[in-house]
Design a protein around this ligand. Structure first.
Ligand SMILES: Nc1nc2c(c(=O)[nH]1)N[C@H]1C(S)=C(S)[C@@H](COP(=O)(O)O)O[C@H]1N2
Ligand SMILES: [Mo]
Length: 241
């Protein structure tokens, strides 16, 4: 399932085809409301166990779609979560969740826009400005970009250094005014307000400062690296940033 587009919203025929090929179309349709209740109740356990990636087609509460290119993602508690900052920096660092919570928090409320069409209005995200973490690490001269990695073991993202330093780019600890749920990439996800939601890497575990942009997971598969909402990917959505 790793070559699917960010989600199947724009391709209803393709989605039916995939479901039919897997022979689970009827079962998935019948099961969906139950799965949705489980996920919205905060358990999220079903998504962790689905090896097919079909959970990407399921609602994730409040208009969101659950999305993961990895078939299962480990859970990280406050005790075992770590975020590493390394690469072209003077002071590489590893943050715990408490360490991130102790830093100044910024709250932003913007629309979320997925590149395949779905949009969720006015969603609060709260966390540490990425620029603050970069300043603390001391970005070296010659650095140009950031590579983000995730503890799902698969996903990656990128930003230029200028983009990463924008005040509307957060290392988010809260979403919808709650701690980021596991299914939304918790305990910590990236939030890039002005760009399509694929830039907002879930289950964030690594921030590496690099000398050039290394395209992320979906970008290797053809999506724009500079993913401004309404000005990329051939789309004309209203800006979110
Ligand atoms: N680690 C990881 N981050 C990810 C993705 C993913 O598959 N893996 N999907 C992206 C895409 S395409 C979207 S639309 C959003 C979905 O976020 P949600 O599950 O909170 O709705 O996460 C983005 N970040
Ligand atoms: Mo997406």
């Amino acid at each position: 399932m790793n070559s699917r587009p960010p989600d199947a919203e724009g391709t209803p025929v393709g989605r039916r085809l995939v479901l039919t090929m897997l022979g689970v179309g009827a079962a998935a349709v019948v099961a969906a409301p139950a799965l949705q209740r489980v996920m919205e109740s905060g358990l999220g356990a079903v998504a962790d166990k689905d090896p097919t990636g079909l959970t990407g087609l399921l609602p994730n509460g409040g208009g969101f779609r659950y999305y993961s290119v990895a078939s299962s993602v480990p859970r990280k508690s406050a005790a075992d979560y770590r975020l590493k900052i390394d690469g072209l920096v003077d002071r590489p660092a590893t943050y715990t969740l408490d360490g991130l919570r102790a830093l100044p928090q910024t709250r932003l409320v913007r629309d979320v826009q997925c590149v395949t069409g779905w949009r969720v209005p006015e969603t609060p995200f709260e966390g540490v400005r990425l620029s603050a973490l970069l300043d603390a690490a001391g970005v070296r001269p010659g650095a140009k970009a950031i590579r983000f990695t995730c503890f799902d073991g698969t996903y990656s993202e990128s930003l230029t250094l200028d983009q990463a330093r924008r005040p509307d780019v957060l290392v988010a600890l809260r979403m919808q005014d709650k701690p980021v749920a596991h299914s939304h990439g918790g305990p910590v996800r990236l939030y890039v307000a002005p760009m399509y939601f694929y830039k907002s890497a879930k289950w964030l575990s690594g921030i590496t400062v690099t000398d050039s942009v290394k395209p992320g997971y979906w970008e290797e598969l053809g999506y724009d690296v500079d993913a401004w909402v309404g000005r990329s990917n051939g789309r004309d959505d209203d800006p979110t940033g």
